[in-house]
Design a protein around this ligand. Structure first.
Ligand code: CMC
Length: 456
């Protein structure tokens, strides 16, 4: 009986919506009409860029109906979205991804254009300051970062206190923490007031410092892992990548510098993804950017995000050959484990970074083809493209599947793959930070829906 009444009401409402559409709603009217069936009250909510303001739903408040106190009826309707599957946390002009068409652009430039015609420094400048740099701007940027690439001894000591085999991201997080602590005047609460809010000079200084800190900490760690002495190197005429490679004991490694320039362009930003969100969550409280980098490292090392690069490579080693891939696939399809380097929250077709990764690998052909794990990764790629488990879920390989190969072909230790990717991504997080610091402060503080017992 209840179902029949419900169907009848739904039919009436469908007719009502139809009339509303015909009579009142014109295509130019960007409005959402919502009827709360608990009260039959209609609400109108504005649509802008195909998005609605979540706070608008607060006006949907069915006062008078019986509800549990934890439902906060008086506060209006809450949007429940675990994992931010369909919630935008802000507006941005930095990066655009079209997951259905497999497109990625930074500002107004496609990733293909940038990777073909520009280097990583140009792209960092583009992301952060909104335009490709002139020669003067590029040289200025380069020397401002290099000026900061001089670590305090305490940072080196902190990194060297770890076992070289300790998880690399934790060493990076500790090194960055030591960096922030060695420069306490960059920490707002320590200094006694807000430093970065609406102060673009302070923000820019924070950006140079964070880029320098990340690359230097990773270089100190790389030396420590390989048992090499660390010597700082901050030549203001060289790029961050070149200075970092020299500090890692790889002077004049043109092949690595050229490949890293391309690789890091591909990873420099990816919208407000998980680790960038962690960074912005910290800076929404007006924290300093290096502390926020620590938050992004904590988030980015997880297996579902940046840690996938590391874990994918470990799994390739465990699989060893095509037979190993077949066995692993059986476990994946039985949902015993996930296939690392496959799937993406946004891409429902090819990840646009993959063709460029292939081209980087082609440039490193000799080293890549010598890697016995190549057969493993190619078999994974083939299976994912053909097997209905993946095709029916629109799961494709993602950039993390191949980036480990590029890093391995460049002779990097697998322990450092994810920290290198994080160093590249730091630029994107900083660009979003600069964008947010030009807006009024807005603390990120998600709501929750409480489903437990309320104390009487
Ligand atoms: N292996 C096996 N099954 C998968 C995988 C995978 N890698 N990814 C998703 N699925 C399945 C999942 O089990 C679910 O199946 P069902 O519909 O039967 O329940 C379906 O596909 C949808 O999965 P989801 O968890 O709702 O999708 P998501 O958007 O939350 O997950 C993801 C995105 C990246 C966390 C996930 O694809 C994954 O775990 N991938 C492996 C880790 C990885 O490579 N991460 C790097 C991502 S790229 C870097 C970045 O930008 O973050």
């Amino acid at each position: 009986m209840a179902a029949t009444v419900h169907s009848f009401i739904k039919l009436l409402l469908d007719f009502y919506y139809y009339l509303l559409n015909k009579v009142f709603v014109f295509p130019s009217l960007e409005k959402l009409w919502v009827i709360d069936l608990r009260t039959f009250r209609p609400y109108s909510i504005s649509i802008n860029h195909n998005a609605v303001q979540a706070t608008e739903f607060r006006k949907i408040s069915p006062l008078g109906i019986t509800a549990s106190p934890q439902d906060h009826i008086a506060k209006g309707l809450t949007l429940l979205d675990p994992g931010f599957r369909n919630t935008a946390v802000g507006e941005s002009r930095i990066t655009h991804i079209d997951g259905n068409r497999g497109l990625l652009q930074y500002r107004q430039y496609s990733i293909s254009y940038l990777v073909t015609h520009h280097d990583y420094e140009d792209v960092v400048h583009l992301l952060v300051w909104g335009h490709l740099p002139t020669l003067d701007e590029k040289l200025n940027f380069r020397s401002r970062v290099a000026k900061q690439m001089v670590p305090d001894q305490s940072i080196i000591r902190v990194i060297q206190a770890f076992s070289p085999d300790a998880p690399a991201y934790l060493i990076v997080a500790a090194g960055l923490t030591a960096w922030a602590a060695s420069d306490p005047d960059s920490v707002p609460v320590y200094r006694g007031y807000s430093i970065y809010e609406k102060d673009s000079n302070a923000v820019d200084e924070g950006i140079y410092r964070s880029l320098a800190a990340f690359a230097t900490v990773v270089a100190i760690m790389a030396c420590h892992q390989q048992g090499k002495p660390f010597t700082p190197h901050a030549d203001p005429t060289l790029s961050t990548i070149e200075n970092m490679l020299i500090m890692m004991g790889r002077p004049h490694d043109r092949q690595a510098a050229s490949a890293l320039n391309k690789l890091w362009i591909l990873f420099a930003d990816h919208e407000i993804t998980n680790s960038t969100a962690a960074f912005l969550n910290a800076t929404s409280c007006l924290s300093d950017p290096i502390s926020a980098c620590v938050a992004s490292v904590a988030s980015g090392n997880g297996p579902l995000h940046g840690g996938a690069i590391d874990l994918a490579y470990k799994r390739f080693k465990q699989m060893r050959n095509k037979e190993g891939v077949r066995k692993h696939m059986a476990d994946v399809k039985a949902k015993k484990t996930r296939l690392m380097g496959v799937g993406h929250r946004v891409y429902r077709t090819i990840d646009p970074r993959i063709p460029h990764l292939h081209s980087i690998m082609a440039d490193l052909e000799t080293n890549v083809s010598q890697n016995p794990l190549l057969d493993v990764v190619l078999e994974i790629d083939r299976t994912v493209a053909e097997d209905p488990y993946f095709t029916s879920r629109k799961l494709s390989i993602n950039a993390d599947l191949y980036s480990s190969f590029a890093y391995a072909a460049l002779g990097f230790d697998p322990r450092i793959f994810t920290p290198l990717a994080m160093t590249a991504r730091c630029a994107g997080a900083l660009a979003h930070w600069r964008e947010s610091m030009n807006q009024p402060p807005c603390l990120w503080r998600p709501r929750q829906v409480f489903t437990g017992e309320v104390a009487s």
